[in-house]
Design a protein around this ligand. Sequence first.
Ligand code: G3P
Ligand code: MG
Length: 265
Amino acid sequence: MLEVLASKRDGYPLISGHRGGAAYAPENTMAAFKKGKALGADLLELDVQLTRDGHLVIFHDDTLDRTTNGKGLLRERTLAELKELDAGSWFSPEFAGERIPTFEEVVEWATDVGMRLNVELKSGPYPAFDSTLAVKVVEVLEKYGRIDDCLCISFDHIWIAEVKRRAPGLACAINYTARLMDPIGVARAAGADILNVHQQFVSPDLAAAAHQAGLGLQCYCDNPEVAQLFTRMGIDFMDSDHPDVIKAAVRAIPREEVGSLSTSL
Ligand code: G3P
Ligand code: MG
């Protein structure tokens, strides 16, 4: 993955289907991952959480209410209970019967079809800070031989440090929403390879500082014009609900303009 990232710095950014391809299918379901792949996403982003009985499942919110026919906190349910839920009908009747996938189901499918994953370790709230989730994610990626070509991201930088301790070759990003005083130092503290910053804080200076330090720069972006601007700034990864639209937009930019925008504050 780090080699892919390095080569992409001379070319176009990698585009990751956010929650699979959340604009086109119910987020974080197999239908969304299949759609994201069909649309040409370079990676698929997904959110991993722990069930009450210690299984890894793919789900974004803390609660089941928005994207299933269930209610309440996901972490209070067993895998068997979660597998009963309909995770597709809220999006459209055509997706009725979609289930919450386990992490292993998605990794197995992604391995079969040759798809890279951008795995977000969903963190907190207190007291759910123990590193079981990080440890189990690494175990599954190791089992399927995916340490070298997947990415782990998290707002929990302590978990990222744990992932890097267990699997130094697994590319990792720290998520954050700030204009940090020392983003390179924060990345170094976690052993991370990539800054995954809220798009509000992307700048040419940040891209230059990241690249000078040997780090990549990533953000979420769903607006084609903004994605083109970020591409000119030299962003390496973008997560998008519309990976096809964003990929087409960035590839419409002449190659020589990629990373060409630089300013100094
Ligand atoms: O880069 C994507 C990451 O920031 C996603 O956040 O809240 O959609 O899981 P979220
Ligand atoms: Mg996410």
